[in-house]
Design a protein around this ligand. Structure first.
Ligand code: UDX
Length: 444
């Protein structure tokens, strides 16, 4: 099939690349000329395991192309995917300006029967909006072309994006016609070896499914974080509680790891957009508002713990930070708790030394350009003479560090762990003062 994917963010770039890997001819389009120039040279703007190799291979095989022109690419396409950003407006709603612009350009450009698939996470009703914009453009062109706008939300996770896309749990397809459903089935069938996992539903339900899935996942995280906070107060250990609770198959072990709160763009943005959508329909979503509130509070509680150990004035202290990205295996720092923590430490006069395996460039250029930080080349370089090590992202390389090296280089053997990576008992035996989430200082 001939496919256009408009938007080369995580969703667009990964989807387009994986479709090309299955033998389709795919053009990924973006208005950002520099990004397209780099992609045309095989340079990938984000760190996502496996992505660069797949892009380069499919470019070489002439299955994958990059362009800045919607017009040139969509006129030959059987299917057009819209995968542009829907960032949060100041009022919390999703900003649909890019979706509108793309819809307009599609309406001005298509020349044959086309299926338009929205993959951007956008409020219920967005497919209708796109349909209306395209129809208006076609009327102006005096053209009556058959086209349909359907919803196909994307559930991939950063860091696992390729395998999530190649081996999906499910493909949700929100359609009104059998033809469109069959075309999507044909496109996705190569991704299922054993059994098909298509879930067909109406367009609005598919749009809602994406928000509901992210809201449910975010709720699980805020729930366990709240339980962790209570555990700390009553002297229980959230790690033991998590295992006890997760063993109930109705609850499950996944996605109930306590920490310093979720980051990334999806959860914060989608919770906010869903709240706004509900309010627009005169419903006040109390649970969703609390999910967001607990999440915001989590990083503040972590800081509070640190301040109660060192005091409000940190000008005599130096801290080392391990991990800046919002999760491991990505260089993405959007809404990462590290932004808040590093800024707060600096604001209180602390010296801060940071290390992350992939986010250092992003940190320097986009997030901490106004701060005077020391950027280490490896995890041990930043621990010299620090008063405490603060672990913010659970990258694998932080899992079993050489604790004797830490102890010999750090001024004080104190670890604040925002991701519960270590065994408190072992660390206490090694004379570390170890603080975690959802356990008191000495843990188990
Ligand atoms: C999420 C959804 O998982 C994905 O389906 C959707 O398409 C986009 O949003 P992503 O944001 O890439 O994906 O990362 P995810 O692995 O879900 O983690 C999100 C945040 O939750 C991270 O900050 C992570 O540290 C945090 N998290 C996750 C926890 O604090 N505890 C957990 O148990 C799981």
């Amino acid at each position: 099939m001939i496919i256009s994917v408009i938007g080369t963010g995580y969703v667009g770039l990964v989807s387009g690349t994986c479709f090309s890997e299955m033998g389709n001819s795919v053009t990924c389009v973006d208005k950002n000329k520099e990004k397209i120039r780099q992609l045309n040279q095989g340079i990938v703007p984000i760190y996502e395991p496996g992505l660069e190799g797949l892009i380069q291979r499919n470019q070489k095989n002439k299955n994958l192309f990059f362009s800045t022109s919607i017009k040139d690419s969509v006129k030959h396409s059987d299917i057009i995917f819209i995968a542009v950003g829907t960032p949060t407006l100041d009022n919390g709603a999703a900003d649909l300006i890019q979706v509108r612009e793309v819809a307009k350009e599609i309406g001005r450009s298509i020349t044959k029967k086309t299926l338009i698939v929205n993959k951007s996470t956008a409020p219920v009703g967005t497919c209708n909006l796109i349909q209306g914009i395209i129809s208006k453009e076609l009327i102006q062109r005096n053209l009556s072309l058959a086209f349909e706008v359907i919803s196909n939300p994307e559930f991939l996770k950063e860091g696992d994006a390729i395998s999530d896309f190649m081996k999906p749990d499910r493909i949700v397809i929100g359609v009104d016609s059998e033809d469109a459903f069959q075309l999507m089935k044909e496109l996705y069938s190569p991704f299922f070896r054993t059994r098909d996992r298509f879930i067909r539903m109406d367009v609005k339900s598919a749009e809602m499914t994406k928000y509901a899935a992210n809201a449910m996942l975010a709720t699980k995280i805020s729930f366990i974080n709240e339980i962790a906070n209570i555990c700390e107060l009553v002297g229980a250990d959230v790690n033991q509680v998590r295992v006890g609770v997760g063993s109930d198959s109705r609850i499950g072990y996944n996605f109930i790891y306590p920490g310093i709160g979720y980051g990334g763009t999806c959860f914060p943005k989608d919770i906010s957009a869903l709240i706004k959508l509900s309010l627009k329909h005169n419903y006040e979503p109390k649970l969703l508002a609390s999910v967001d509130e607990v999440n915001e509070g989590q990083k503040k509680l972590f800081l509070k713990k640190l301040l109660s150990r060192f005091g409000e004035d940190l000008s005599n202290f130096t801290f080392g930070i391990w991990g800046l990205s919002f999760k491991p295996e990505t260089d993405d720092m959007r809404k990462s708790p590290s932004i808040f923590i590093v800024n707060q430490l600096c604001k209180r006069g602390a010296k801060v030394r940071v290390y992350d395996p992939k986010s250092m460039k992003n940190a320097k250029e986009k997030y901490f350009s106004k701060l005077d930080l020391f950027y280490g080349e490896n995890k041990y370089q930043i621990i010299e003479n620090i008063d405490a090590l603060i672990l913010l992202t659970e990258w694998k390389e932080f899992r079993s560090p050489d604790f004797s090296e830490l102890k010999s280089k750090m001024r004080l053997p104190i670890i604040f762990d925002g991701r519960n990576q270590y065994n408190a008992f072992d660390l206490n035996k090694k004379d570390f003062e170890y603080y975690q989430i959802g356990k008191n200082k000495y843990g188990r």
